[in-house]
Design a protein around this ligand. Structure first.
Ligand code: ZN
Ligand code: ZN
Length: 269
């Protein structure tokens, strides 16, 4: 049973602000740990498997700039995520369902599907001329690195992450499930920018709905394709899938490093 907390005076608000600040700091700390651990893991994997590089002729010299930008983006992400959890804890949102072995995976799946749709359409919006100013920073890296995930304007970070502010109002999703989704979201976002395809599999291409690292890498390399996040479904339906996506991913499954199947790109970012 969720108890709605009503605030009557200034002391209540100050106490609430302190509680929110505490939650915000915990979330920031966790996100920074995830950033460093996942980033270090992919740097290690990339160094061990140079043949898995997607844009073989392009060198990204921006990784330190990208890394320096990450804390600001993480602060926005933490603000939105903490805001949603906090509103739920105060009983201002839908009453979350009890955790159970069968409802939790359903909530997680539904929320990931909803976020994928949210991400696709916000991303399409950001590619429209009046809004592109908020997205241009993210596209400075034509060949992304694992650190490019947080190389975004604060407005872009807010537009994407506003999902986590809103979802507890729409779905009675338990906070523990939201934590799992956020963790998945952070890791898959970094995976999508890794620049190396380590996990190529048929599940990432037709007729299956999942995306891959090649999928988002092609968004950076070719700009007007592959706007989705976890799935390629919206891109397939809306005609924005990069035409050579399926065959390029298949070429990584076949382990043909000398013929990856994508268009040759040269130069540096
Ligand atoms: Zn974009
Ligand atoms: Zn990107």
């Amino acid at each position: 049973m969720n108890t709605v907390i009503l605030l009557s005076d200034t002391a209540d608000w100050l106490s609430l602000a302190r509680s929110f600040a505490g939650l915000f700091c915990v979330v920031v700390a966790c996100l920074l740990v995830v950033l460093v651990c996942v980033g270090a893991l992919f740097e290690y994997l990339n160094a061990r498997h140079p043949e898995r590089k997607i844009q073989k002729n392009r060198i990204n010299k921006r990784k330190w700039k990208e890394l320096a930008h990450a804390p600001g983006s993480i602060a926005i992400i933490a603000f939105c995520f903490s805001g949603g959890l906090f509103a739920q804890a105060l009983g201002w949102t839908q009453t979350p369902a009890a955790l159970s072995w069968w409802t939790s995976p359903i909530f997680l799946g539904v929320s990931i599907i909803l976020y994928d749709a949210w991400f696709y359409w916000i991303h399409r919006l950001l590619h429209c001329k009046p809004f592109y100013r908020f997205h241009a920073l993210h596209h400075k890296s034509v060949a992304p690195t694992v650190w490019s995930n947080h190389h975004e304007s604060f407005m872009e970070a807010f537009l994407n992450q506003a999902f986590y502010l809103l979802i507890p109002f729409l779905l009675p999703i338990p906070w523990q499930v939201l934590v799992v989704q956020k963790l998945y979201d952070q890791i898959s976002g970094m995976l999508g920018h890794a620049g190396y395809e380590h996990f190529a599999s048929p599940a990432g291409r037709r007729p299956f709905p999942l995306a891959s690292t090649v999928f988002h890498d092609q968004h950076h390399g070719h700009f007007a394709y592959n706007y989705g996040h976890t799935f390629s479904v919206w891109d397939r339906m809306m005609g924005t899938l990069y035409p050579k996506y399926d065959e390029t991913l298949a070429s990584f499954e076949e382990k043909k490093p000398e013929n990856s199947g994508h268009e040759s790109l040269s130069g540096s970012d």
